[in-house]
Design a protein around this ligand. Structure first.
Ligand code: AMP
Length: 288
């Protein structure tokens, strides 16, 4: 695996490889890698000549400064895992390399994300998706991939980045592959933030997936409020502070209050255990 810290050198390398007819798969991450990240690398290796992973803890997407300061950094083991997984290139830029001397101030760049920015993560983490777009636009310009690999774990982010690719006018040359959420044996979605869970929180954390699965099993046509309330009660009983538990149209993310028995739905949760905020989601009727 080759490590690049500078965008110019990486750009030149990619340019020459693409000119030689090779395809590029790109997996953006914030490091503290786990098997979920590695599954994206694996998928990219199957589909492309060259797989690039980036590790960059993006300051502009943290609406909570404490979350940024406490974000886990495990760069040595990340490098070892990527090499072992057969990743071809690791891009490990500094903040200056991505943003210049200072990162853009909130509002200094605007991406028109419409409705997506008004619900769920959009409303609970103001500015978060603008920050995600700021960094991913730059990373896509540097890596110029044929395919971009994202995890369904961040369901709304997948939709936001699909929109970003449209806004960048890249819809034709760049396809997005959404890969399934990898989970621990007890159902907990793998996440870098799981490293911050104390033993007590780690014990209750699978309640999030259990609650989503409960909703999936009890989904029935009609009003959905009682089902959502039952989910919130389960989470609160396990000690979670719930940011949201919602059921939405799986394609548009429009929140739904009732089900007609056919619409494709996704349930999404964000909840705190202690000071760690976890998110997860589950397609409720994936076969439809
Ligand atoms: P992050 O480092 O958390 O920004 O995640 C980098 C990429 O890995 C994003 O596309 C995530 O959606 C994806 N990812 C994170 N956790 C998982 C998981 N448990 N399974 C699959 N993909 C994941």
């Amino acid at each position: 695996m080759v490590l690049y810290r500078e965008k110019q050198a990486l750009r030149q390398h990619i340019y020459s490889r693409k000119k030689a007819g090779q395809t590029i798969g790109f997996v953006p991450t914030m490091g503290a890698l786990h098997s979920g990240h590695l599954s994206l690398i694996e998928q990219s290796r199957k589909d492309n000549s060259i797989t690039i992973c980036s590790i960059f803890v993006n300051p502009t997407q943290f609406n909570d400064p404490n979350d940024f300061l406490k974000y886990p950094i495990t760069i040595e083991t990340d490098i070892a895992q990527l090499a072992e997984a057969g990743c071809d290139i690791l891009f490990l830029p500094s903040s200056v390399e991505i943003y210049g001397a200072t990162p853009p101030l909130p509002g200094s760049e605007h991406y028109d994300l419409g409705y997506l920015e008004t619900v769920l993560e959009g409303s609970h983490r103001p500015g978060h998706f603008q920050g995600v777009c700021m960094v991913v636009r730059r990373l896509l310009e540097i890596t110029d991939p044929n395919r971009l690999y994202l995890g369904q774990k961040d369901y709304q982010q997948c939709m936001v980045l699909t929109r970003l690719v449209e806004l960048m006018g890249r819809k034709d040359g760049l396809s997005i592959r959404i890969c399934p959420t990898l989970r621990e044996e007890d159902g907990l979605a793998m996440s870098s933030r799981n490293m911050r869970l104390n033993p007590e929180s780690r014990k209750v954390a699978p309640t999030i997936f259990q609650t989503l699965d409960y909703i999936r099993q009890h989904l029935a046509p009609g009003d959905l409020q009682a089902l959502k309330n039952a989910g919130i009660i389960r989470l609160e009983a396990a000690g979670f502070r719930v940011d949201y538990l919602e059921i939405a149209d799986a394609d548009s993310l429009q929140l739904v209050s009732g089900w007609d028995g056919s619409r494709k739905l996704v349930a999404l949760v964000a909840a705190f255990t202690g000071e760690v905020r976890l998110i997860d989601n589950l397609l409720l009727n994936p076969g439809r």
